[in-house]
Write a protein that binds this ligand. Structure first.
Ligand code: AMP
Length: 110
């Protein structure tokens, strides 16, 4: 899919509304519209990388920072007892939106 038609590119640019939790020059985080946990946040690099399968060696720093960003957001939203981080990769992996994103889920015991 061309990035002009990508749902998450439209959220990043503000053309589609979202409940933004965090934004810096490289990442946006917003709440999942169909949450599968009491807290369900998607952390999305602004760079349009379709999937984990499309990560190149030059993206290694960005992807490391994506996890670092998720850890900081988890702390900010109060997930002090733990949480899940996950990538769905490709159709068989359950990926629906082909703009790489990290699922941050938690809050079950609150
Ligand atoms: P995945 O299956 O890993 O591609 O995850 C895509 C996620 O995006 C799903 O959990 C959807 O609920 C979520 N989603 C789809 N559209 C939106 C939207 N407009 N705003 C926020 N989350 C969305």
């Amino acid at each position: 899919m061309h990035m002009n038609q990508c749902l998450f590119c439209k959220i990043i640019s503000g053309n589609i509304p979202s409940k933004k939790i965090f934004e810096d020059e490289n990442f946006v985080a917003f709440t999942d519209i169909h949450p599968k946990a009491p807290v369900h946040i998607l952390i999305v690099p602004k760079k349009h990388i379709p999937s984990v399968n499309d990560i190149e060696s030059s993206d290694a720093n960005l992807i490391g920072n994506l996890i670092f960003c998720a850890k900081n957001i988890a702390k900010d939203v109060g997930l002090v007892d733990g949480y899940k981080l996950s990538f769905n990769v490709g159709k068989e992996g359950g990926q629906e939106v082909f703009h790489i994103h990290l699922h941050l889920m938690g809050g079950w015991k609150k």
